[in-house]
Design a protein around this ligand. Structure first.
Ligand code: PMP
Length: 442
């Protein structure tokens, strides 16, 4: 089995040298999952500076959904860079920004009239979504959930749940942020069947008793939680929260930064629950690797903000916008929503088979090309972060890029480029099988 794979040495000598330079030059707070330096990449494969080939099951954290060096994106970036790279949309605008806004308005859930604004990063999109919701409602409070991840700026750190490494010693945080329980079926104390109803009741009780609906500007939720552990909320939970927000004039913000743009098998993950959010935040997969983020919402909410109230020097940079238009075109032309479902049809059975072999795999979950296994000490639900780290380290040495996540650090997540060939998915699954055999036996 392993004979079909060429042996690789990571990190190789060139990566090792570069890593020494990194340690001397780059702030220690900027960590790296693998000390392997990339020279080029194509599709779902990275080549490092020592000539090693790595299969990418991470997509640079859910970004390169169209694949590395996707031809349409490369061409659009080249063309746009040669025409102009920056004017600042707030000074002299350009068509590409408007075209991306039109696409976002069309593609996000709901047929209502919408407006969009563009930014540089996911965190910046979330910050602006909250600004808009507060401005529109005239209310201060924002409700986020356990296990949530929304970014690393001051407000988004406050919205993010996990202390280490995201918040530790970086406070004080922005105020008027409250946290409700997440409908996390695998860990719901009274079982998955009652999870949606009980989590919803607790959410309502929290808002009523600690905040007041009339003081609440927004509820922000990831339709499938990303960094928190690829947690798919119990069916019906999102819809109940959405209906309740609607009843109380609270802006529902769906943070689709990780789930959006075909990743889960549809354009947006809210669609699986039939939820139409008031505002959707997007980034990551939107522009094939170029930094771009969007806030898209109901026209009356978005247009409530005065001219000049939203913006930034680089937001909606023309090269990033050209890349986004090429990315969206590729997603249509190559049916990448269908591709995400194909990825699931290969990966999920492989992961389920592994779960049958190892009781350390407590749950296989996710949707489309956003799948994960939660690792526990065999026979219990006690999180096993060490095992996740050992399996991941084995995969890295064998040339498979895997990422960990989860509040307890015990979730292995798989989010390959959607264009990945089946053969590479199978090769990745083989490496993963070997990794479990080695790590569990230890
Ligand atoms: N929201 C979600 C759901 C995310 O997954 C992320 C990034 N992991 C962010 C916000 C922040 O995005 P960025 O890193 O681009 O600021």
């Amino acid at each position: 089995m392993t004979l079909t794979r060429s042996a690789i040495t990571v990190p190789g000598p060139r990566s090792t040298l570069l890593h020494q330079r990194k340690t001397a030059a780059v702030a220690a707070g900027v960590g790296t999952a693998l000390p392997v330096y990339v020279e080029r990449a194509e599709g779902a494969v990275l080549i490092d500076v020592d000539g090693n080939r790595l299969i990418d099951f991470g997509s640079g954290i859910a970004v390169t959904s169209v694949g590395h060096a996707a031809p349409r994106v490369v061409e659009a970036v080249r063309r746009q860079a040669a025409e102009f790279t920056h004017t600042c949309f707030m000074v002299t605008p350009y068509e590409e920004y408007v075209a991306v806004a039109e696409q976002l308005n069309d593609l996000t859930p709901g047929a209502h009239e919408k407006r969009s604004a563009l930014f540089n990063s996911g965190a910046e999109a979330v910050e602006n979504a909250v600004k808009v919701a507060r401005h529109h409602t005239g209310r201060p409070a924002v409700i986020a959930f356990d296990h949530a991840y929304h970014g690393r700026t001051n407000l988004t750190m406050a919205l993010t749940a996990k202390n280490m490494p995201y918040k530790h010693r970086f406070g004080p945080f922005a105020n008027e942020v409250y946290r409700a329980p997440m409908a996390y079926p695998y860990r719901w104390p009274t079982g998955p069947a009652v999870c949606a109803a009980e989590a919803f009741d607790q959410f309502v009780a929290l808002v009523r008793t600690q905040v007041g609906a009339e003081n609440t500007a927004a509820v922000i939720i990831e339709p499938i939680q990303g960094e928190g552990g690829f947690i798919v909320p119990a069916p019906g939970f999102l819809a109940r929260v959405a209906d309740w927000c609607d009843l109380h004039g609270i802006v529902l913000i769906a943070d689709e930064i990780q789930t959006g743009f075909c990743r889960t098998g549809d354009w947006f993950a809210s669609e699986f629950e039939g939820v139409v959010p008031d505002i959707v935040t997007t980034a990551k997969g939107i522009a094939g690797g170029l930094p771009l983020a969007g806030v898209t919402g109901r026209a009356d909410i978005m247009d409530s903000v005065h001219s000049g109230g939203l913006g930034g020097t680089y937001g909606g940079n023309p090269v990033a916008c050209a890349a986004a238009l090429a990315t969206i075109e590729t997603m249509w032309a190559e049916d990448l929503c269908g591709a995400a479902r194909r990825v699931e049809s290969v990966l999920r059975p492989g992961l389920t088979a592994l779960a049958g072999e190892y009781d350390a795999i407590g749950e296989v979950r996710g949707r489309g090309a956003m799948l994960a296994v939660e690792l526990v000490r065999g026979g219990t639900k006690e999180p096993d972060a060490d095992l996740a780290a050992r399996v991941s380290a084995f995969c890295h040495r064998a040339g498979l890029i895997t990422l960990t996540c989860g509040t307890y650090g015990n979730v292995l997540r798989f989010l390959p480029p959607l264009v990945i060939e089946d053969a590479l998915l199978h090769e990745g699954l083989e490496i993963l099988g070997d990794a479990f055999a080695a790590a569990v036996a230890r």
